[in-house]
Design a protein around this ligand. Structure first.
Ligand SMILES: [Zn+2]
Length: 96
């Protein structure tokens, strides 16, 4: 068991969140204090982080496919790949 360093509430290890303060000091806080400190609740935050990660990998994958197409199939396929990458990026940022 851990205690929240802000409000002193007893929390389980699973609930505990590491929050980085402005001076780069880390503190262990509960989800409620996380929400108070950042303005977003932790689930939303985790979801955003996860979808940002997925977008990143999707874009990287598309770029790799684009480079491959450019080299193997020629510039037209490369341009097509770039267009697809941009579309995926725009679509992903709209979903958020
Ligand atoms: Zn707390």
């Amino acid at each position: 068991m851990l205690t929240c360093q802000k409000c002193g509430k007893v929390i389980t290890e699973k609930e505990a969140l590491v929050h980085k303060e402005a001076k780069n000091e880390q503190s262990i806080i509960c989800p409620d204090c996380f929400k108070a400190a950042t303005g977003v609740d932790y689930k939303t935050f985790a979801f955003r982080k996860e979808s940002a990660k997925q977008t990143f990998f999707a874009v990287i994958f598309c770029l790799a496919a684009t480079i491959y197409a450019f080299i193997e199939k020629g510039p037209i396929y490369g341009v097509f790949g770039i267009a697809a990458t941009i579309l995926i990026y725009l679509f992903a940022s709209k979903v958020k």
